[in-house]
Write a protein that binds this ligand. Sequence first.
Ligand code: UDP
Ligand code: MG
Length: 320
Amino acid sequence: MIRLATVSPCYNEEEALTTSVQRLTALFDNLVADQQITPDSMMLFVNDGSTDRSWSIIEQLQQSNHYVCGINLSRNSGHQNAIMAGMMTARHWADAVITIDADLQDDLAAIPLMLQELAAGNEVVYGVKVSRTADPLLKRLSAEAFYHLQRSMGVDSVFNHADFRLLSRRALDMLAQYGESNIYLRGLIPLLGLPSATVDDVISERTAGKSKYNISRMMGLALDGITSFSIKPLYIITYTGMLFLFVSVLIGIYVIHALIAGTAVPGWASLILSIWLVGGFVLIGIGVAGIYIGKIYNEVKRRPLYHIKDLLLQDGNKLD
Ligand code: UDP
Ligand code: MG
């Protein structure tokens, strides 16, 4: 029997929390009755600087439900950092952690399967989205295009897997050794090199509330997913630059030829076009190089990823 902890990041989830806790409690009760998890297993909710009543709801639920624990972060630190805060806290007590978003869009039926895979010797179990019909079409298509792009950039990650996964205590302890500030868990976990398995995850609609991921957050996560793990874009830009140089030599030869032959025409249109084209490439190049420099800047500061303001634990659990 293992002591399980689920870790759920919450950012303005007041509408979803109560139902989510009810559904998780029913699942926990079954797993305890089946002797798959210990009765002191926990559901850890990480309040990521919500501006609504999320934290007071977590406090209330912790009073009435012995599974429920809470972490209150001092401000909004972002989804990935909130998950990190939860996992790094839960690893002191739990034998395994399952991260699942507070809106429970992921498949609860996958959790017993994850536990089976753990018992079979896997240290990492990925929930892989098999049906995303509940996700909006645009989100689905852009996510799939992104997974392909990431692959082509040489980033090792699991296709259609987001942040629904089980990690063993050992995996968590290994993860704790990674000191980086730009956290992108989907890229980090495969680097652990531990035996892993996948289980199917049928995505459903949010039980309540709205998605907290807007376009700019998704773009940010996507850029992190590539630039935190691959320096290929820098090479692609360098090679493109070389190609441009070569093309400009060819154009130079053509221009000299045209001058000698006397066929040179005033080429305003092509000139202005190439200025924009080349200007565009130069800007992309500077931008990409800038992203990497920005990351170095963030990493060298070694700032903590989050600050815990309050901790609500089950009786007997202490943080030393
Ligand atoms: N979340 C968070 N901090 C943030 C944004 C989101 O902890 O800054 C949480 C949110 O409460 C949810 C999870 O991250 O539990 C995933 O967010 P959401 O469901 O809005 O994303 P989607 O499923 O629509 O991609
Ligand atoms: Mg969601």
